[in-house]
Design a binder for this molecule. Structure first.
Ligand code: NAD
Length: 352
């Protein structure tokens, strides 16, 4: 056993079909009386439903969350929370909505209750992100970690099959990198391996029947473990590449993760054999990278960056940015090897 440090993040999790009904009690538990409910414009009806559930404890809704938390949206949401005299924020939605809640908390310390409806996992992390002038800044602050997370799988039944597949692969990516993290520890590694197992089993069932509540519950359970792993240990090459590609070329978050993951895993194959064995075992595959590629194919998820509109001519720039600053990764960052990885991810070739 290698030496390790384990630092438990605080947070309360309420899990199960129908647990949205617990929301008013959870607001009371925080000692709050006036909750602002956040959502994307597409999920306004869900936010209105949540506000109805809350009755007098709803101060109002702010259904304007968008991808990457633009600073203008964050400022408007903060002003609305102040105007409504809110003492709590409820983020109902995916990573974009949770991110908006975090932007409010970062400024005001308002407690957040997260009600995730995708598998992105932001609700379990103290990581915030804000985009200003086309640049996304991220940081860690314990104030933005949601105090309570309500995982109600019935809210994920409406997540379209294609988005379920990519969002699920995004969650698996957190688990993969947690297993070879520089600060990995045995507890988080157990979460991560179990997260991969649960998601890899549930996602194909969801593709076959998006209204399969048992499969939806298993996937959300896996997403919880994935988010907890992301919040607990450091991510490496894969997350760095996705951040670079997403930020530089404005690519969709979950799709980018889905495409890059098998290739980033192959890059680290020989440098992290123990992690690779656990990933492969959790997938029921012989090889971690090939198993992830096969899973993405089985889910009908995208496997080539060119289908997202990335130009081949841009790959040099992406390789430059991703190898510019050093960061911990099992295999040292080598610009030529990163460029080759990007070529495979761009064309959709199997990981080499
Ligand atoms: P998202 O939140 O942008 O949601 C994508 C779309 O799906 C939105 O239109 C949303 O309204 C819709 N949607 C969500 N749930 C739905 C449901 N159940 N039914 C129908 N439609 C639904 O996407 P995401 O992938 O969840 O989040 C991506 C963002 O989260 C990125 O900006 C990423 O950087 C951030 N993120 C942050 C962290 C962190 O720790 N800070 C972790 C993961 C992701």
């Amino acid at each position: 056993m290698r030496p390790f440090t384990y630092d438990q993040l605080p947070g309360r999790v309420v899990f199960g079909a129908g647990t949205l009904a617990c929301l008013p009690d959870e607001v009371v538990r925080l000692g709050a009386e006036r909750a602002i409910v956040l959502s994307t414009p597409e999920q306004t009806a869900v936010a209105q439903n949540v506000a109805r559930h809350l009755g007098a404890r709803s101060a109002g809704i702010f259904p304007k969350a968008v991808m990457h938390v633009p600073i203008e949206t964050a400022r408007e949401a903060r002003a609305e929370a102040r105007r409504l005299n809110a003492d709590c924020a409820i983020a109902v939605g995916g990573g974009s909505t949770t991110g908006l809640g975090k932007a409010i908390a970062l400024d005001s310390g308002l407690p957040i209750i997260a009600v995730p409806t995708t598998y992105a996992g932001s609700e379990m992390t103290p990581i915030w992100g804000l985009t200003e002038g086309g640049l996304k800044k991220t940081g860690r602050d314990p104030r933005v970690l949601p105090r309570t997370v309500i995982y109600d799988p019935t809210l994920t039944l409406s997540l379209p099959a294609a988005l379920s597949a990519t969002s699920g692969m995004n969650a698996i990516a957190h688990c993969v990198e947690a297993l070879y993290a520089v600060d990995a520890n045995p507890i988080v590694s157990m979460w991560a391996a179990e997260g991969i197992r649960a998601l890899a089993a549930a996602l194909p069932a969801i593709m076959a029947r998006p209204d399969d509540l048992a499969a939806r519950s298993d996937a959300l359970y896996g997403a919880w473990l994935a988010g907890a792993s992301l919040g607990a240990v450091s991510m490496a090459l894969h997350h760095k590449l996705c951040h670079t590609l997403g930020g530089t070329f404005n690519l969709p978050h979950a799709e980018t993760h889905t495409i890059v993951l098998p290739h980033a895993t192959a890059y680290n194959r020989d440098a992290a054999p123990e992690a690779m064995a656990r990933i492969a075992h959790a997938l029921g595959a012989d090889d971690a990278a090939l198993g992830l590629h096969a899973l993405a194919q089985r889910l009908g998820a995208p496997t080539a960056l060119r289908t997202l509109g990335v130009q081949e001519a841009d790959l040099d720039r992406a390789a430059d940015i991703a190898s510019r600053e050093p960061y911990p990764n099992p295999r040292p960052i080598d610009r030529a090897a990163i460029r080759a990885l990007l070529q495979d991810a761009w064309s959709g070739a199997p990981p080499s």
